[in-house]
Write a new protein. Structure first.
Length: 76
């Protein structure tokens, strides 16, 4: 069990039943939301990613700076 699970379990034991049920529901809702986000992220295709990113640089120029000289090494 993780530290957060232990802490949650201990806290739930100290709360009245109604409050404990509310906290449990909040945790379940948070877990469900996390699963949905995880599923949506996995479903995004490369094509969707490119469509989403298209135009994100706006009017900024996009140029490759000079790369310099290639390092010359001695032969072995």
């Amino acid at each position: 069990m993780t530290a957060i699970a232990v802490e949650l379990d201990q806290k739930l034991k100290t709360l009245d039943p109604e409050t404990a049920a509310s906290v449990e529901q909040l945790v379940r809702d948070a877990l469900e939301l996390a699963e949905k986000r995880k599923g949506n992220a996995a479903k995004e295709s490369h094509r969707d990613f490119i469509k989403r990113m298209a135009g994100s640089f706006g009017d900024e120029p996009f140029e490759r700076p000079p790369q310099g000289e290639f390092e010359k090494r001695e032969d072995w």
